[in-house]
Design a protein around this ligand. Structure first.
Ligand SMILES: *Cc1c(COP(=O)(O)O)cnc(C)c1O
Length: 373
């Protein structure tokens, strides 16, 4: 099976982990700060605070802005559930904004959803495709809202030559196994705001500050969301290869773009200059006439060794959300969910494998019977 995404672990990663395992501090040592500094340098931001997952980082970011009961948070339904789950955990109500047909939130529809209760907007760079973050920032500034960007797919993505992570109040990254780089599980908040950074560090570790000798104080109600030194050693090693990972994924994506141009079965999502995507996903959007056969297409591709996946079932369709917030339907998100398939695209693939994926995909789709429009 060729999975839609996969980690790449090499000898240098293994050696970095072994060295960290033999060190004096498995957690709470120097590797944490080193990884944070390396990430901050890579992104061109002032501060990075790493945590044990992007979910934890989102939860901390919402706590930093003191999101609470009665507040509303505008976000996209086309994401992993953690983006809005963590806001609900703070007591807030998620308000879902429809998307554009490229998977990113439709920034033109944000303003109509803002109420006196709205506190923040959390968009997602879908698949690594950078958001029109300046337009979203302008909406946030005008209405005095916080902007928290869930860039879990987009470590290394760029817009106008600047890395994703420089514009929002806080930007969230994920180092889950199959995200752009991995620390097994892991995540981070990037920010240029020193207060947010100091609070993030406190909330990550119980809200406890060390004083002199044995004395400490607890000043905020925090969690244990720390990332270990062993994980950070792996992250440091992975980060060195991130640009080569992105280059490889873009080579595969470019081949797909050319191979699939004008095919009768599906469209792809163009990512043109001045944007550069980390290409966490390569989504294809099936033609309407194939939507009724999507289960058959999915099963056939899987049986032929293509580890395709669907990103995402709109979050408001989950039973927890329906029971708590009622039924909802956003038309472009619904269409996108019916149309989307993520096909294999990752740095561990050879060009021959990419050709094979394209061959199998086109051959499978030409054998599928479509349905009426
Ligand atoms: C993966 C992902 C998360 C959660 O990341 P974890 O590190 O697994 O907690 C959050 N948001 C999006 C958009 C993701 O893809």
């Amino acid at each position: 099976m060729i999975p839609y995404s996969r980690q790449s672990i090499d000898q240098s990663d293994i050696e970095a982990v072994i060295e960290a395992l033999q060190g004096d501090f498995l957690t709470g040592g120097k590797k944490v700060g080193e990884f944070e500094e390396a990430l901050a340098n890579y992104l061109g931001v002032k501060y990075v605070c790493v945590m044990n997952s992007a979910t934890s980082a989102l939860h901390v970011a919402y706590q930093i802005i003191e999101l609470k009961e009665g507040d509303e948070l505008i976000t996209t339904p086309l994401t992993f559930a953690a983006t809005s789950n963590t806001a609900i955990q703070c007591g807030a109500t998620p308000v879902f904004c429809d998307i554009r047909y490229d998977g990113n939130i439709d920034e033109r529809k944000l303003e109509a959803l803002i109420t006196p209760r709205t506190r923040a907007i959390t968009p997602v760079d879908f698949g690594g495709n950078p958001l029109p973050i300046q337009s979203i920032k302008a909406v946030c500034d005008k209405h005095k809202l916080f902007l928290i960007e869930d860039a879990s797919h987009a470590l290394g993505s760029e817009i106008d030559g600047s890395k994703v992570g420089n514009v929002a109040d806080m930007t969230i990254f994920s180092f889950h196994a199959i995200k752009p780089i991995t620390t097994l599980e892991g995540g981070a908040i990037a920010t240029n705001n020193s207060d947010f950074y100091e609070k993030a560090k406190l909330l990550r570790s119980h809200g406890i500050v060390k004083k002199e000798l044995w004395n400490s104080d607890m000043v905020l109600l925090g969690e244990n969301y720390r990332l270990s030194d062993v994980a950070c050693a792996l992250g440091l090693s992975q980060l060195k290869r991130l640009d080569s990972f992105i280059q490889r994924r873009n080579e595969i994506a470019q081949y797909y773009d050319e191979r699939f141009a004008n095919n009768p079965f599906f469209t792809t999502i163009a990512i043109d200059a001045p944007k550069k995507s980390a290409r966490h996903l390569y989504p294809i959007l099936l033609d309407r006439t194939l939507w009724c056969s999507k289960e058959e297409i999915f099963k056939t591709l899987q049986s032929k060794g293509l580890g395709v996946q669907v990103h995402y079932k709109p979050v408001y369709q989950f039973s927890y959300y329906k029971e708590r917030f009622g039924e909802q339907r956003l038309s472009t998100a619904e269409d996108f969910y019916r149309a989307e398939l993520s096909i294999p695209c990752h740095q561990g693939m050879s060009m021959e494998e990419a050709v094979h994926v394209a061959d199998v995909l086109l051959e499978t789709l030409s054998a599928i019977k479509g349905c009426a429009r």
